[in-house]
Design a protein around this ligand. Sequence first.
Ligand code: AMP
Length: 605
Amino acid sequence: MSSSITQFEQLALSAPLLQRLQDLGYEAPTPIQAATIPYLLDGHDLLGQAQTGTGKTAAFALPILHKLDLTERRPQALVLTPTRELAIQVAEAFQGYAHHLPGFHVLPIYGGQSMSNQLRQLRRGVHVVVGTPGRIMDHLRRESLPLEGLRTLVLDEADEMLRMGFIEDVEWILEQTPPERQTALFSATMPEPIRRVAHHHLRDPQEVRIETRTATVTSIRQRYWQVSGLHKLDALTRILEVEEVDAALVFVRTKTAATELAERLEARGYASAALQGDMSQALRERTVEQLKNNSLDIVVATDVAARGLDVPRISHVINYDIPYDTEAYIHRIGRTGRAGRPGNAILFVAPREMRMLRAIERATRQPIEPMPLPTWKVIAAHRLTQFRQQIVDVLTSEDLDFFYGVVAQIEKEQEIGPHDIAAALSFLAQRDRPLRIEESSDPAEAANNRFRSMSEAPSRSERSERSEKFDKPRRRSKESEDLDLVRYRIEVGHRHGATPRDIVGAIANEAGIESRYIGRIEIHDDYSTVDLPNGMPAEIFRHLKKVRVRQYMLQISRYDSSDSERAHPAFGATAAKSRPVRGEQRGKSAEHKFGKRHSDHHQNS
Ligand code: AMP
């Protein structure tokens, strides 16, 4: 039944949900969603074999939200997850999809969080509870979690719960729920104990699993980069610099992401455009034509819009966002290596998506090689080679008579030798793509080293822990959490060797802001963002523009969110913007936060 569903509109979901999916730029239901949602809407029990990254959260969240009675403020759905991280993530996804359902309340419940807060929220009334088994049991024993109104129960990542020894707890919880409830069990694998739970507690379940057809793709070199230490956009631009790219097709998950990423690549000087389902047929055709005739080098596409694309010059397919299933992957990479040419496929994989990577390897019957990211050293060497070649090319192909005259005049009038002139011109020519890179702290180098040192493949949790430590942004202190913060952009990044410490130091000293008022800092390759209290006096703003970190001027400006990294798609652009945080402290004056500048304007370097 699922194969006929290709659009969300074919699923009988309520208008506020369809509107939200439209806002988020979701193009089509993923295979697991197309297969699952109709069953869940019909009230069936369900046994779904699906892993993270397939879109399974929406597969159960959307039918639950569709069926909610918002006037009834008691739990109507309970989702059990193995970890607190997943509980939070699932609760956030519910909140995101329920954007147009005013008054909707979801509560994540997990151990380690204050009990009194959970009790208060439960008393106030919530529609959906997402929690880990232990803490849910605590609440059931205390009778603080009423389940009489429960209509749907979801067991998410059941095999993980089994692995972590929760399965008896899960069964106990199942026994406390009304027998007429609907149950959906999702698991990446179906070991015997999980089948047994399904057999005991599910009523005549519909089984859904996404078939993985195998295919061989021998003419394509497949590599992956495990996302860590660097933003995906920075990783992409580094790869584009050193790979022999003729044309690249970059795949993302949503229509909005396609548009945004294409714009940002364009801003970085690439001839790029989006190809996605909201564009008119004529515009899509024109984009493909431009890719064919070399007026575009990069197209950022969604799966549906790129279906059947046949452009022989595509040398690289970049899976910027991992696909939902192996089928989609095989289709994507089939856009390169055409007409007898060699092709390259590069996949960005977040630590928690490693299972999908393994599934893809099985489906393509080929290992996918890990790929180190080009370090600044490599990039600088590459640029230097290109620069030399350009000089040789210009000398052989261009008429330079006028320019010999210019140089001769400079030599004569300024009394400068040709060597000095050439060096100065080299400097001017490389300003946008510097040939010299600061030595210190290249996150790619660090990530590659860690990568190499992983002798045996570490477990999934180890991997995500490693990357979490590495990626962790500067935490807001308790105080800055209560402030009204505004995001700024500064023109120093990894490339300049900037670290959060340098940035905090420079801003704290030069703007006289105490470091506890400095919020989140995100360092990108070429720039960084920093959250500062609202109401910065103009004088300090002007001064900060000229402050230097590692010899480079901050050139601070208000951050334009169109330049942002994309946040969790369920939250669209809003999460990426700097939000006024809880409990804005309007009482505190701006001067309070922006104290007097230190008189000794020493510069941080
Ligand atoms: P999950 O497998 O539930 O962890 O979802 C993986 C990611 O896919 C999440 O970031 C979702 O926001 C996103 N997602 C889920 N369904 C769709 C869809 N139909 N189109 C685009 N993105 C989706």
